[in-house]
Each structure stands twice: as C-alpha cells, then as structure tokens.
Design a protein around this ligand. Structure first.
Ligand code: ADP
Length: 338
C-alpha cells in the first residue's frame, strides 16, 4: 500500500470509491474532448474510419501506458465513436475459464470487450483467448479424466481492447494477436492545463489560468493525478471560503499535502533519499530500494519510477538504477558526502 499521504494523489490502482467516481464523472466521452495524444488520435480516427467503411468489426487493440494516462477513457470513446456496446473487465477479475466463456458468449456482434491489466491474465485463460481472438470460437472442456469432452462454441465477432501498464509482461502469443498497438505518453503541461480547466467547469469551480498551470506543473504529466489534485484544491477552497481559486491557494493546499512544485510526494522523496543514503546513488536494484522504504517493488516500478525517470532524477542501467546529479541537487546532498 502506498502511504496515506500519497494515496489520493498518486495514480495508484488502490483507488477509493470516491476517486473512482471522480474518474467516471470527469471522463470525456468523445474523441474531440480527449485532450492531447494528437498522433494517437489521428491514427485512431483513420483506423476506425477505414473499418467502418469496410463495414467490419475493428481489429483487436492493445493500449499501453502508465496508470491514469487515459487507457480506459479511450476504450469507452472508441466504443462510442463506433456505436457499439462495451463490456469492462480486468485480468485479475477473470479467475476461471468459465468466467471468460460467460463474458464472451454474452457479447453481441461488433461489441468491445475491454480487459484492463491484461498482463495479469493467468496462462490458462490466455490460452482460451487465443482462438477467441483469432477464429471467434472457444473450446470448452466438459467433465474430467477420460470421460471429458470438448465443446466448441462459436462467438460473436467482438473486438478485444487490452490495456496494460507493463507491456513487457505480456506473452508474445498474446501480443501478436492484437492488430494494432497504441502507446499513451505522459502529457504536456499545456494539455494537462486544458484538462484541469475542463474538469473545473464540470465541477463548477472557478480558477485562474495561473492556478490551473500551478496544478498542471505538479500533476506528474498525468490526467488522473491532475484531477485528484484539483479535487484536493477544491476541498481547501471550500473550507477557506475561497470563491475563485488562485495560484496562491493552489500552492497553499498542495504544500499542506507535501506535494512540491515538481509534483513529488513523500514517497518519491523517500525513494531518492534511500538511494542516496543507503546505496550511495546506485547502481541498485529496485527491489532493494523498495524493501528499505517498506513498499512493494511493483508499486515503485509502476507508479513512481516512470515519472522520476521522466524528470531525469533516476536512470535505468543494465546494472541497476542510478541517482542522477539533478536528483542530488534536488535533495541538497553532495554525491559522495554520505
Ligand atoms: P487509465 O485507464 O490509463 O488508468 P483513465 O482512462 O481511467 O486512465 O483516466 C483517468 C482519468 O483521467 C479519467 O477519468 C479522465 O477524466 C482523465 N483523462 C485521462 N485522459 C484524458 C484526456 N486525454 N483528456 C481528458 N481527460 C483525461
């Protein structure tokens, strides 16, 4: 589990119900409202348009990118643009072959099945997915031992959209069965600003352009984080009876949450400090860092490290992670002094 203080601002999977509700309320429904990721949107428009002209179900799509960058949102938008139903599930939620069979047989022609965290599907389930994706059929084994029988079920022509934060963990047979792959990148600050203005409008908040910029700068280039920060700022403004949210009120409220001007929270600082103090700046394995700060390696790798790499504080090398000079400057520590 991430720290209490980080829980609501990091794009963690452990979302509270309230935060999930926020995600849903602020989700754009049309491609034109999906801010940023211009190249991806352009490709997607052509891809959807061409399939529609041919009157065919679209090919299976793999979306990858860090948590909170818009994979689920995009899946909903694709379904809406094509005008088909979408069914949402996730890798860990499909435990048995029967679960997957029930989902697949309940789809209609053209429907989209969205599997979040598709890298976490178990291998047996994955093997059922192969023929389902390729030939729109599955083989179910009924009974056990010598009396077992195989039953072939035909499926509707569905489209699978898989989302993953860890494409390297996907088996190659599964990866190969996706017709197209789209990568979602970190957003530009300008795009995050637009998202914040849009969200503020939906939430009925008034904020200055400088305030939006200040939140954007601290949002780890991630829409979900931006929306959560906005929510914290709203709480602060409400308690202080502030009508128009200014740059100053953003600074005050986020300082209270110990989120600094780079968007770094206490856990980020613990990671950096641990690398500097306990491992002399590396190279060090992420597992060792994780254990010194009482976090899971997976959480560090998925939620924290990508941003620290993006801003040039950590480098990944074949021998392990290294703390950069920029990170030492941020920490106010001289390399080799501790
Ligand atoms: P993921 O599935 O990648 O974890 P989501 O699709 O759930 O991320 O996005 C998290 C939240 O961020 C959504 O509720 C949505 O409000 C917002 N969001 C994500 N991408 C965009 C975007 N490009 N434009 C506007 N809002 C976005």
């Amino acid at each position: 589990m991430p720290n209490i203080e980080d829980q609501n601002i990091s794009p963690t999977e452990e979302n509270s119900e309230q935060d999930q509700e926020l995600d849903t309320n602020l989700r754009p429904h049309k491609l034109q409202d999906f801010v940023g990721q211009e190249k991806l949107k352009e490709n997607l428009k052509i891809f959807i348009g061409a399939a529609q002209q041919r009157n065919e179900a679209i090919e299976h799509i793999l979306l990858y990118g860090g948590p909170g960058l818009g994979k689920t949102t995009l899946a909903y938008i694709i379904a809406k643009e094509i005008g088909v139903n979408i069914k949402i599930t996730s890798g860990p939620a499909i435990e048995r072959a029967g679960d997957l069979a029930a989902i697949l047989t309940n789809l209609s022609d053209g429907d989209i099945l969205f599997i979040d965290e598709v890298h976490r599907l178990n291998h047996l389930i994955e093997e059922i997915l192969y023929p389902a994706m390729e030939d729109y059929s599955i083989d179910l084994i009924l009974g056990k031992g010598p009396a077992a029988k195989t039953l072939r079920l035909d499926l509707p022509n569905f489209t699978l959209i898989g989302a993953t934060t860890r494409p390297s963990l996907l088996s190659s047979p599964l990866r190969d069965r996706f017709g197209v792959t789209y990568q979602l990148d970190f957003y530009e600050v300008e795009h995050i600003k637009q998202i914040i203005h849009r969200s503020a409008k939906i939430l009925g908040l008034e904020l200055t352009d400088e305030a939006a910029e200040e939140i954007a700068k601290r949002s780890r280039y991630t829409p979900r984080v931006a929306n959560r920060l906005l929510k914290r700022v709203r709480d602060f403004a409400q308690m202080k009876k502030i009508k128009v949210i200014s740059e100053n009120s953003v600074k005050q409220s986020l300082e209270m949450l110990e989120i600094d001007e780079l968007g770094l929270a206490p856990t980020d600082r613990k990671i950096l400090l641990s690398m500097a103090e306990k491992f002399k700046g590396g190279p060090v394995g992420l597992k060792s860092v994780a254990s010194t700060i009482g976090q899971e390696e997976e959480i560090l790798e998925e939620m924290y490290e990508p941003y620290l790499i993006q801003i040039g504080f950590i480098q990944r090398t074949p021998r392990g992670r290294i703390l950069t000079e920029k990170a030492y400057q941020y920490l106010g520590i001289k390399k080799g002094m501790i």
